[in-house]
Design a protein around this ligand. Structure first.
Ligand code: ADP
Length: 257
């Protein structure tokens, strides 16, 4: 499957935020979205999710316009994972994951045994089945993020859109969440996530979308950024990219000069 973003432009009033943004994301690939604060990352994600309407351009899945789909139809293709859980109610992890089944049920239908099995399976995939009966507001940031990802898994959508999945996580939880995201990519999901960490993008993205002053540039392979020039321009400070050999192969890291 292919999520295609074509020539998107968007303004808030007279302020242009996105100009002619195009890229595509295929199943089994991940794209990291990098840009400074205010560069339009959240706006772009909100357009892809159908929350905002672009002035021109389109978002489609396998040629079908997302803007012409109703909420339920869209949920079959695209799942959204917010930065944090904002629910104040002490739902359990299992109940929270079950909410991801809502778009597959009719209006007054309650989740059944099959839905519960699916939710448990998603918790198991992410290694947090032991937390199923814990209230989500008692979980750590990393555990909560995994619950949100499990909720997206049970939605059965092909693409996952993640708004800074590692924001506010400590280093080890960031690594854990990114490892789980990589496993989901290998399972065939198409994943687009925004991040403020160039290292996360360099080490985990199949591709990287750079967003600056409303203009985007898609980098197919992180190694294209190795001379440091593009990231230095993006963040407006001198950066260099170093290649490090590890037990698990070559890794790129971004270092300020
Ligand atoms: P990012 O996620 O990269 O930080 P955003 O997409 O949130 O960027 O914002 C892009 C720009 O649009 C910023 O200058 C922001 O102030 C502005 N902006 C965001 N939301 C609104 C809004 N609802 N009305 C007007 N301007 C907005």
């Amino acid at each position: 499957m292919k999520l295609e973003i074509s020539s998107l432009s968007f303004s808030y009033g007279s302020k242009e935020i996105l100009r002619n943004v195009s890229f595509s994301l295929e199943s089994g690939r991940s794209t990291a979205l990098l840009g400074r604060n205010g560069s339009g990352k959240t706006t772009l994600l909100r357009i892809i999710l159908g929350f905002l309407k672009p002035a021109c351009g389109s978002v489609s899945v396998d040629g079908k316009e997302v803007s012409e789909m109703n909420h339920r139809e869209r949920a079959k293709f695209i799942a959204y994972i917010p930065q944090t859980l904002t629910d104040i109610y002490p739902y359990t992890a299992l109940e929270t994951v079950l909410m991801g089944r809502a778009s597959s049920l009719s209006l007054f239908q309650h989740p059944g045994k099959k839905d519960e099995e699916k939710a448990l399976e998603a918790l198991e995939i992410l290694g947090i089945a032991h937390l199923k009966n814990r209230a989500v507001n008692t979980l750590s940031g990393g555990e909560r993020q995994l619950v949100l990802i499990a909720r997206a898994i049970v939605q059965d959508a092909s693409f996952m859109i993640m708004d800074e999945p590692t924001a506010s996580l400590d280093y080890s939880n960031s690594l854990l969440v990114m490892e789980k995201i990589e496993e989901l990519r290998q399972d065939g999901y198409g994943i687009l996530y925004s991040t403020h960490s160039p290292d996360t993008a360099l080490q985990n993205g199949s591709g990287i979308l750079l967003l600056s002053d409303g203009v985007s540039e898609y980098i197919d392979n992180p190694e294209e950024l190795e001379d440091g020039r593009k990231l230095s321009e993006l963040y407006n400070r001198q950066l260099c990219i170093k290649s490090i050999e590890t037990e698990k192969g070559r890794k790129l890291v971004c270092v300020p000069v």
